[in-house]
Ligand binder design. Sequence first.
Ligand code: MTE
Ligand code: MOS
Length: 774
Amino acid sequence: MTSVIHKPIKHDSAPKHVAGSARYIDDLPEPEGLLHVALHLSDRTHAKILNIDLSAALAIPGVMAAITVADVPGDPDIAPVVRGEPVLANGVVEFHGHPVAAIAAHDLPTARRAARLVRVTYEDLSAILSIEDAIEKQSFLLPPLGLKRGDATAAIAGAPHRLKGDLNIGGQDHFYLEGQVSLAEPREDGDVIVRCSTQHPSEVQKLVARVLGTSLNSVTVECRRMGGGFGGKETQAAQFACIAAVIAARTGRPAKLRLDRDEDMIATGKRHDFLSRYDVGFDEQGRILGYELTLAGRGGWAADLTGAVVDRAVFHADSSYWLPDVTITGLCCKTNTVSNTAFRGFGGPQGMATTEYVIDEIARFLGRDPLDIRRANLYGKSANNVTPYFQTITDNILPEMLDELLASSDYRRRRQEIDAFNAQSPHLKKGLALTPVKFGISFTTTFLNQAGALVLVYEDGSVQLNHGGTEMGQGVYIKVAQVVAETLGIGLDKIRITATRTDKVPNTSATAASAGADLNGKAAEAAALQIRDRLAVVAGAMLNADAGQVVFADDHVRAGGKSVPFADVAHKAWMERVSLAASGFYATPDINFDRATGRGRPFYYFAYGLSATEVLVDCFTGEYRFTRADLLHDCGSSLNPAIDLGQVEGAYIQGLGWLTMEELWWDDKGRLRTHAPSTYKIPTARDLPEDFRVQLVSGRANPANTVFRSKAVGEPPLMLGISAWLALKDAVAAAAGTRMVRLDAPATPERVLLAIAAAKRQDAAMPTDMAAAK
Ligand code: MTE
Ligand code: MOS
């Protein structure tokens, strides 16, 4: 049988992506009478709104409507979790760039010109900008999450060595190629259809209904594809959909709202930057005995998903290591900056990066290769295998994977070569680091782990497939299509993938937490199995066989040496009045978490990975090149190794970009000054490691009962990028000729240069650390 599962099949839109013919919202034919919407953003950081004067904007010819929050017919609060996030500023602006008013006009240039003429009178209020300031003033969005096992304070006090310090980790703009965009069209009886670039059509539906003051059944949301989401369109697409819908309802005309790049970067949330404070006690072998950690994330002005993001940072602060006595606290800082949101890894990367940094510090303190310290602390298989949230890790394959990567990357020999190179090269220095990844799969908010699908077989044997997963380039559509084709024994050419729509599959979760293929694949499989069971009865009668003996493969149905085409069976079923449509549902089993006690099994399983990155630094300028990277990543039995390879490569580069070159910079007034590619550097093809070796694990099916024993892949490999940053730290230490160095993230060339200078000058960032050691 020709199988389509576990095969490197190209993305269903690949030819269209390459040809530029794949349509995104802004490419759709514009409906007649379309209005274009532009926003007026605040130019104050935190201020009371005394008056909004729309008259000058409305006076511009071609302007058809201008709205503020007062014009929202329903409930203006579009918060996804904790109430308090008005769709447009309500009486107060909370950050520089806060949307205050929306203007609709015949064409976009007119709308944008008019938006600038909105006059707002403010009374400034004091602002909190930094994480430090928020902690000092106890400005938090939500109560902290704490995990605790044993007595970390006592373990640290009793340990032979101790290091104490802090670390700043920067945020990251999503920089999806397609910015936020929505097109709302009024329909009969007050209904509206919204085409929206969103990871979460059901939530957009709910919030549009809320602002319009109507019920969910009169709102339909559709998304065929996004030009990237990366978490940035999980909650934050809704605001623009809601504004477009309010304008459409008010004017009776279709309305489109598309932000330009600068507005998108200024007005939408990003990856949370973090301040981590650690205190760690360890022995002569570098084994961690006690660990106290505070992870403070900058949430911005509103809660959005900050609670869950900081939770996931806390859940991943163990990285891949056994922490016997441990206390981890996550803080959700409230600041007068844009409200930060989901971003690939969802806080996990910040938690993991912190502990990888701490391990690196321990190694340097002891004068050992960080790899040895990692090995000494790695989770065991049957002992030392319980996380700080008391989930037992039953599927740990890191030890074997580490051996594999050590061999394939030739780590030990290259370590020696690099040390030899550095000894004789005064101004060019190399660095090398190898770091592990262990990432928990499932939404930590347990109820979100559900999905639905709708499979329609037509009487000619062709199939339409719909499910709650949204396509953002990650390939969930082709993966789920493979699952259905495999289940029905038909070719992928028989399956038409259709746009995600809330009127086909209701009440779906966001495509997020990397669980898109896991959840929707299982739901679609369940739907296809129902139809297959019904068809087996029909085919059994056609073939004079038991339904139980019928086999579906190669576009045919076979039994007892005879076969009939799948299409004939479908036609026969229709003639016999057998239903050819089914909806499928899936809920991840066996997961739970009690936030109050910090205990449970939040994750169905873990995905693993390892990377070794080598860098070459120019000590005159701080500039660097990644000379080699070796990646080994675990996708279980990959549903589609071509797609998964792309995910691993892309995620690594995105992680590397986050920790090394992408720098968000706010001035002392809280204005984001890096809001375009001119000032914000994302990695390009030229930033790829010169020698880039990427492997997926083979022969390691997921022991958990996932769809065809695959593993989620969307986010976990982002954290492979941590080795790029720590390779730079290694090179900085070589350049400074000191053991201990400080290197916050992102390690831009500027920061690398300053780190070398600081380490040389002081040798001293460490005396403080060393002094703390006994
Ligand atoms: N890959 C591409 N090309 N574009 C994206 O926007 N988003 C990532 C990841 N891979 C993203 C991507 C994020 S944040 C997640 S959670 C997953 O894809 C979501 O899709 P999945 O659950 O189907 O893997
Ligand atoms: Mo991904 S950050 O879970 O959308």
